[in-house]
Design a protein around this ligand. Structure first.
Ligand code: ATP
Ligand code: MG
Length: 419
């Protein structure tokens, strides 16, 4: 079949070489950042049993109702799903490999996630997340740590204007009290509910408060607040979290309407939000999920985590702080003897830690020098048959006004290092 005209799947992006400096700078920053807090990397498969997500994220959520890439593996009839998020997979992996046996775990992952959403700026069908999960920790100190890590990352990346919103969902029991009050209230405003909300009235009323439909704003504003139904322990937990954040100089706003789009959260929830990205302003979101480990089949284990949207964060990273990584040298050569010596020179320099581009293809010296210049390399290495015979190379600085020098290959690495 001809492949002409085949395009990438809608909402799934190629990341091109011109964008890679930014991605690699980010990825290296993330590795250093996570290591600084003692979080260890874990890598889960991209595909999981569908049930894992239905059970953990919740059947009546946007993700499970309409965003999952689910398919039947026709070879064995299993229902599989491309992961829409990482927490469920991470918890599954931790349980499967008994990692909690050796105590609480601080873990992080990064990679592609898949959601069938309407593609727009900052919202894609394949996107990337970095997530951190602290499993086996019940106190507000770990919630604070995860939040403070966010503040630290913005500093490391030179990102400004991201503000922190926190909230609490209380315990499962206090939420069920609240739920009854909320359903009562919403039932009194039935005619003002949109289709989604009417459908969720009994199955997931809390999620109605997270609606992005502007027509629902008024009824949401007037709804009973979960904060007023909170249990004592959750309130103390929330107070202590705020105290740590204040002590550590991290500014926050309390958002009583913060519910998050997944069912497994309880107590602390938080979002890092920016105004610079239009409607897609949440760059990082997380919270506590004390019930999830048990729900996925393990022993009751408290836990807290976050996931950040890599594309959205990268959109905030300034170009100026991205280091450029041009090659060190570009090797130009002309003539049969020169070609062999050029290969040898490039290998010799790479073995000593230099990034060397060897000119491939035909081309006059002049044309090759133009390519050397365009490559961004600091030096052109020029080899003609004459140089090759003498075992020497000419080094021409391309970025500064210095003389071209001719040296033996054995001295070249030292000379380049000193330059
Ligand atoms: P939103 O309210 O924007 O739909 P969400 O609550 O569905 O976000 P989470 O499941 O909490 O998002 O995912 C964590 C982060 O991942 C988000 O804050 C966002 O930065 C990013 N993210 C989520 N969905 C997408 C997407 N489709 N494309 C790009 N980034 C996304
Ligand atoms: Mg969403």
């Amino acid at each position: 079949m001809p492949t002409r005209g085949i395009q990438a799947v809608r909402g799934m992006n190629d990341i091109l070489p011109d964008q890679i400096d930014r991605w690699e700078f980010f990825e290296q920053s993330v590795r250093d950042w996570m290591a600084a807090y003692g979080y260890r990397n874990i890598r889960m498969p991209i595909v999981e049993q569908t049930d894992l997500f239905v059970r953990s994220i919740g059947a009546v959520t946007d993700i499970v109702e309409k965003e999952m890439y689910t398919f039947v593996d026709h070879l064995n009839g299993e229902s599989l799903t491309l992961r829409p998020e990482g927490t469920a997979s991470c918890v599954r992996a931790v349980l499967e490999h008994n990692l909690l046996y050796s105590g609480p775990q601080r873990l992080y992952y990064s990679g592609a996630m898949f959601r069938h959403e309407r593609p727009q700026k900052g919202r894609y069908r394949q996107f990337h997340q970095v997530g951190a999960e602290a499993l086996g920790y019940g106190g507000p100190d770990i919630d604070a740590e995860l939040i403070i890590m966010g503040a630290d990352l913005w500093k490391r990346l030179g990102v400004s204007g991201v503000r922190l919103e926190i909230g609490t969902l209380g315990s499962a029991e206090s939420r069920s009290v609240h739920r009854t009050r909320l359903i009562d209230y919403l039932q009194r405003h039935l005619c003002k509910l949109d289709e989604d909300a009417s459908r969720r009235l009994h199955s997931n009323p809390l999620r109605i408060l997270d609606s992005k439909n502007a027509g629902m704003r008024e009824i949401i504003e007037g709804a009973p607040r979960l904060l007023d139904d909170l249990d004592e322990d959750s309130l103390i937990h929330f107070e202590r979290l705020q105290q740590i954040l204040r002590e550590q100089g991290v500014d926050f706003e309390i958002n009583p309407r913060l519910v998050r789009g997944l069912d497994y959260y309880n107590r602390t929830v938080f979002e890092w939000v920016t105004d610079k990205l239009g409607a897609q302003g949440t760059v990082c979101a997380g919270g506590r999920y004390d019930g999830l480990v048990e729900q996925v089949g393990g022993k009751a284990t408290p836990a807290c985590g976050f996931a950040l949207g890599v594309e959205r964060v990268l959109a905030l990273v300034m170009d100026s702080i991205i280091p450029q990584a041009p090659p060190d040298v570009y090797v130009v050569h002309k003539g049969d003897a020169a070609a062999g010596f050029a290969w040898k020179t490039a290998r010799h320099l790479r073995d000593r830690g230099f990034q060397a581009i060897l000119h491939c293809g035909e081309g006059s010296f002049k044309a090759q020098m133009r390519k050397a210049d365009a490559s961004g390399a600091r030096f052109a290495i020029i080899i003609g048959d004459d140089e090759a015979q003498a075992g020497e190379i000419s080094i021409k600085p391309l970025r500064e006004a210095a003389e071209q020098v001719r040296v033996g290959l054995a001295e070249a690495a030292d000379l380049l290092k000193r330059a």
